[in-house]
Design a protein. Structure first.
Length: 297
């Protein structure tokens, strides 16, 4: 179960028969069965910093369903580092699959009330014993090391100049910022937010962008009710998309991304002659919290 960047492929994809615009899918989901595609990229520079500074481990933050927590636990273990996961909210009676996985990769879990969690994510954990022995990784890998790690995603695309648009899912916007920094000036990044939101996210990304970064737009119309909401219409789409393309998607991020790209293609959002690179950022392990039989894959 190691990490295999070399197994990532770029595949042409047809959403529907009359599609006139070329779309390619960057399959980051193939990197690993458990680690979300983009999480590994966002973590790698933090891990390098930890190793360089000879830290004993990492401390990071997330909710009970967080892909980032699982990926951090796994990646830290692979790097020979210990890991502590600060989990938002009281300790649940039944652990989510993400928490079970994180524990199985050796992560120590600490449950924080919402108030303490907020304090801690703002860096107010001075009372934490031997904090200096740990590398802090913000929620979702936010921040410069996460963004520059995410920028290296585009090194996997040998024909990068051929694309006019790069489409990706958006949570914290860390991956989008990295893609914008690594993209070429003629390209535009289209981000699809999985969370209900407004454009304050775009403003929070701006300070991290190089002056020559590509333009980006975040669309907030495809959240299907909000983060981790998965109404029947979304599950139906995931099954239909799998039937047409043989590509599995996750219910939090990439299903909403694919739904949005299909809708935008059908609405002629992209000018004729555009060529799209759609980033499949993984997250498939999150589907295990659905009931058996809901998904056909
Ligand atoms: C975490 C995650 C994202 C969101 O990445 P951000 O950098 O937080 O915007 C997108 N897709 C998948 C599958 C993820 O797990």
């Amino acid at each position: 179960m190691s990490i295999h960047p070399e197994s990532i492929t770029i595949e042409p994809i047809r959403f529907y028969t009359e599609q006139t615009i070329e779309v390619s899918l960057l399959r980051l989901d193939k990197i690993h069965t458990v680690i979300s595609g983009n999480k590994w990229f966002k973590l790698k520079e933090y891990l390098a910093l930890a190793l360089e500074a000879k830290k004993q481990g990492i401390i990071t933050f997330g909710g009970a369903w967080s892909n980032h927590i699982v990926a951090s636990a796994y990646a830290a273990r692979q790097a020979g580092l210990s890991s502590i996961g600060m989990i938002r909210g009281e300790e649940p009676l039944l652990y989510s699959q993400s928490l079970i996985d994180a524990l199985s990769y050796g992560m120590e879990l600490r449950f924080l009330s919402r108030f303490d969690y907020q304090q801690a994510t703002r860096g107010n954990i001075m009372s934490f014993p031997d904090a200096e022995n740990f590398q802090f990784i913000p929620e979702g890998g936010k921040g410069s090391p996460g963004i520059s790690g995410a920028a290296s995603i585009l090194e996997l695309v040998p024909n990068l100049p051929a694309f006019s648009h790069i489409c990706c899912a958006v949570g914290t916007g860390t991956m989008l910022a990295g893609l914008a920094n690594a993209a070429l000036p003629h390209q535009e990044i289209i981000g699809i937010s999985s969370l209900k939101g407004t454009d304050t996210l775009s403003a929070s990304i701006m300070p991290f962008l190089h002056p020559e970064a590509a333009r980006f737009t975040i669309l907030f119309d495809y959240h299907f009710g909000g983060y981790a909401k998965h109404p029947p219409a979304l599950i139906d789409f995931m099954n239909r998309f799998f039937r047409t393309t043989q590509v599995p998607t996750d219910m939090v991020y990439t299903s909403k991304l694919m739904f949005a790209v299909e809708s935008l293609l059908k609405a002629a959002y992209f000018p004729e002659g555009s060529s799209l690179l759609v980033v499949h950022s993984g997250g498939l392990q999150g589907n295990r919290s659905l009931s058996a039989g809901e998904l056909i894959f």
